[in-house]
Design a protein around this ligand. Structure first.
Ligand SMILES: Cc1ncc(COP(=O)(O)O)c(C=O)c1O
Length: 398
């Protein structure tokens, strides 16, 4: 155990702990004997400061109606100031149980059925669900892959804005699944297009703190000239591994948009969420930074191990340099045909990963896509085993 409580020697066994990642393999993949490297949570206990705060609240033993203290918002604001150089005002803050819920609420509150909502594909699939489930029309603009990794295709996005009368862009920043941290120029390019075509921006920044190798995540609040069209959605849920506690923020600088958002949320009558979520988030934002630094080091080590093992065995495998998130987007095209991916990865290597084709709408997956997304927020020995098994399964194809 390190001084900050990140205990790499004793990760708990999650199987049987009601974990989506570990305990729903059979229903999701049709078999239970897989190494779970899919759902985006970490196989690590949350920081000790969070566990202690929760223990205290549980020991108190009364779970009646809860009034979130001002200190909870203060802790979040201070975190955003110190880590991201922005100061969200208190009156901009709204509670959402999860970031995905915040996406559904933003679409419902700020667009009307039939409106076009754009995403940048490949894209975290609940974005597509949100657009479809709310009866809006989904518009996809594919990222382009260059020698420097992925970037937005501004010409294509502009064309889509023009021809499809897009009302809202769901931006994923940093981007899941490709792990890209948007640069200032990229963000300015996107935001300027949104201003020109009067498109609202919902910026999902849930991965804001999982950033590596000197990359700087730029909060959308860093762009004051565009604040009037911006909804920032974020949370401590990825940062401190507390997604199960359902506590997130919508940050809405524009008062008129904030009022519309509130009016919508009133109709779904979800006001505050769960008391323990607030307790955990506040403790994390207040005291969790040293623990996070150690986790980031460990995650980087896992990425390095995965990449080295795979590329030593299979030099044609492509993995971009690590920028953000603990999900690694791996291109198997040098070795595996699209129709072989599930068989090789799931049935032969016995890994539960996210398959590339999940990240486009049905019928719009680029021909020949062979990506998989591997979550390396696992014990190092599981990452090592997964990398060995994947390499062996692919070599077995030759
Ligand atoms: C980009 C992104 N947004 C949102 C979520 C989920 O957020 P929540 O559980 O708060 O709805 C995830 C989880 O993987 C994610 O990657």
């Amino acid at each position: 155990m390190t001084s900050n409580g990140f205990d790499t020697a004793h990760f708990p066994l999650r199987r049987g702990s009601r974990s989506v990642k570990w305990d729903t393999l059979a229903s999701k993949y049709g078999r239970d004997d897989l190494i779970p490297l899919w759902v985006a949570d970490m196989d690590y206990p949350s920081p000790p400061c969070i566990q202690e705060a929760l223990r205290k609240a549980v020991d108190f033993g009364v779970f009646g109606y809860f009034a979130p203290p001002a200190s909870y918002q203060d802790a979040f604001i201070a975190w955003e100031q110190t880590r991201h150089g922005v100061t969200p005002k208190r009156e901009w803050l709204r509670f959402t149980p999860g970031v995905v819920t915040g996406i559904y609420w933003s679409i419902s509150a700020l667009t009307t059925p039939g409106d076009s909502v754009a995403i940048l594909t490949p894209c975290y699939y609940p974005f597509m669900d949100a657009v479809k489930d709310t009866g809006r029309s989904l518009v996809c603009s594919d990222l382009v892959h260059t020698d420097h990794g992925y970037t937005v295709n501004l010409a294509d996005l502009e064309e889509k804005f023009q021809t499809r009368q897009v009302k809202m862009l769901l931006l994923c920043s940093p981007h899941n699944p490709v792990g890209h941290v948007w640069t200032k120029d990229e963000l300015l390019g996107i935001l300027e297009l949104c201003r020109r075509y009067d498109v609202l921006v919902v910026s999902d920044e849930i991965h804001q703190d999982i950033v590596f190798n000197g990359h700087e995540h730029l909060s959308c609040l860093r762009f004051p000239e565009y604040l009037d069209r911006m909804i920032l959605l974020t949370s401590g849920s990825k940062t401190f591994n507390i997604a199960g506690l359902q506590n997130s923020f919508a940050v809405i600088p524009n008062d008129a948009l904030g009022q519309k958002f509130d009016a919508y949320v009133k109709t779904v009558r979800i006001k505050k969420g769960v008391s323990l979520g607030y307790v955990a988030a506040e403790a994390g934002f207040r005291e969790g930074a040293p623990w996070l630094e150690e986790v980031l080091e460990y995650l980087k080590g896992n990425y390095d191990l995965l990449k080295k093992t795979l590329t030593d065995a299979l030099p044609g495998i492509h993995i971009d340099p690590l920028e953000s998130t603990y999900m690694i987007w791996v291109d198997l095209s040098a070795y595996v045909k699209p129709e072989q991916v599930v068989e090789v990865v799931q049935n032969q290597a016995r890994l539960a990963v996210d398959f590339g084709f999940w990240f486009w709408p049905e019928g719009q997956v680029p021909a020949g896509d062979t990506h998989i997304r591997i979550n390396v927020a696992a014990a190092r020995e599981n990452v090592a085993l997964a990398a060995d098994r994947l390499a062996a399964a692919i070599q077995g194809l030759k």
